[in-house]
Structure formats: C-alpha cells, structure tokens
Design a protein. Structure first.
Length: 287
C-alpha cells in the first residue's frame, strides 16, 4: 500500500503547549490565552493546576520573594519501600520540580505588605506532608510570629506522607501547636486551599486559619467520598467536599478565583492594624 500524500510531508514542529485541552469544558484553548489568564480557562473558568513557581509569581510583588530553607530535604528514616523505594521517589520528585521538598516558604510582599508566604508543590509527591513539610510549615509560622507579620499559606496536598509513617502524622500536631503560639501572640494567618487539599493537611494547618479562602471547585476534605460512604452507609450529597459546598456549610470564608487572589489578599492585609515589626537579626532567624 502506497503512503498517503500528506504523510510524505515532514511534520511541522508544533510545541506541545501551544494548544491545551481544558479538562473542565473539553474545549481547546490557545496556550498563551491560558497563560494570560493565570492558567484559568477563559471559556469555563476551570482552574488548571499550577506549580509553586507560578503561585509565587502570581501572588507576590516582583523580585520580593526570599526563600528560606530551600536545601532542607527528607530523610528515609524507615527505609520504606512500596512499589518503589521511597528514596527513589524523592529523587524523581526532586528532578521533576528542581526542589528538595514539597513545601516552600519565605518572605515576600503583596502590594508592599510584607508577609511570610508558604506554598505546597503538588508535583512533589502530591504535596504530601512528611517531616520536612511539617517542619517548614512550623518554621513559617514561627517566622511570622517573631517578625509580627501576617502568614499566608497555600495548600494542594494528598495528605500525610505514608512513607514516613507516624513521623508524618505527628506533623499535624506540630503545625497546629505552632499555629496556637501565633494565635496567642496576636498573629494573623490566611490559608488558601486549592485543588486538592485533603487528608492530614486539611485536618491540621490548612483549615485552622483566621481566614480560610478556597479556589473555585477545589476538592477539600479529609477522607475521600467513597471511604465516607462506606463508613456511614449513606449516599453523600451532590458537590460534597467542593469549595462551594464548604462555603455553604461555613467551613470556608470566601471563594476566590486565581485572578482575584492577589487583590483579595492585598485588601485583607490592609484591614490589619499596623504592628511593630521585628527584625530578622533580633529574632535569631537566618536563611
Ligand atoms: Zn474550560
């Protein structure tokens, strides 16, 4: 069989991200239009997952990000192996993301307001919380407390990191204990839950903020719907564990689209009374 004429032509080299198919409306979107819209579908409003790098760029004033503890990496204390050794999974995540761990935190500014900003990288083992993620969250909280500046954390997580066993579960208590000291000192904490925020992260620091924001249609919950249905032997209502459902039930304060997050954050930060700010040197913090 002779080859078809169009097959004889050399294929044009089209970059893979020139056109993107939206998983919300199934329509094809021009990649640049998607980039210009903060990775939100211009046709249906579906929020595409984004990296921690983009989250930082979309949120903070340009060139104000100063990351802390970027070199802190996980230790495979249990020599854990499931389908692959844990150490190998860590290496794969590190080469995929260029990061040592799933949590990033540091100092930055939003419309000039200095904050401690932290964000989970979902591409690093599903944003799961092990010892290093918990430690970095606790350090972010303590930095905000000591410098007397607001704390803003963005979550996207599959929950506790089972590869670290009970050591990962204790991060729930540790991060909440740190947040209690922030509260006692009069500190202020805003949490943004993005798709998906689940398991031990939801059950600890993501849902214990002064103000809890969520991106539209994000899945936010502890156990998954199938586990809950199996336990309570009841059918769950439609839209269960979405941002919209949680807003209706009073678990979330506000749903904010990605394009509005920075201006919303700026407005919320303006409401805060001026506090005398500490300095890094006087509080013993260093990068
Ligand atoms: Zn769409």
């Amino acid at each position: 069989m002779g080859s078809l004429p169009w097959l004889r032509h050399k294929k044009r080299d089209i970059p893979g991200d020139l056109w993107v198919r939206c998983s919300g409306c199934k329509q094809t979107i021009f990649g640049k239009d998607l980039d210009d819209a903060f990775k939100v579908c211009p046709k249906c409003g579906h929020h595409f997952p984004i990296s921690s790098h983009l989250r930082i760029a979309y949120t903070l004033d340009p060139a104000t990000w100063h990351e802390y503890d970027a070199g802190m990496g996980a230790v495979d204390a249990l020599d854990f192996i499931d389908e692959k050794p844990y150490a190998e999974k860590l290496e794969t995540s590190a080469s995929r993301t260029g990061l040592r761990e799933a949590m990033r935190y540091g100092l930055g500014r939003v419309d000039g307001h200095q904050i401690v900003f932290g964000v989970l990288e979902f591409r690093f083992m599903g944003g799961s919380m092990g010892v290093v993620v918990g430690e970095k969250v606790a350090r972010a909280v303590e930095l905000a407390r000591d410098l007397c500046i607001p704390l803003v954390l963005v979550s996207a997580s599959g929950g506790a990191r089972m590869h670290e066993g009970i050591l990962s579960l204790m991060q729930m208590a540790k991060t909440c204990a740190a947040l209690a000291t922030l509260r006692e000192s009069g500190g202020f904490y805003i949490s943004l839950c993005t798709h998906p925020t689940t398991g031990g992260v939801t059950a600890s620091w993501a849902m214990t903020a002064d103000i809890i924001l969520a991106e539209p249609e994000a899945l936010i919950g502890f156990a998954g719907p199938r586990v809950i249905e199996g336990t309570i032997k009841k059918k769950l209502p439609a839209g269960f564990q979405t941002s919209e459902f949680l807003l209706e039930k009073g678990q979330v304060d506000m749903i904010v689209s990605r394009q509005e997050f920075r201006t919303t954050l700026s407005r919320l930060l303006r409401y805060l009374p001026e506090q005398p700010q500490g300095t890094l040197a006087s509080r013993g913090h260093s990068t």
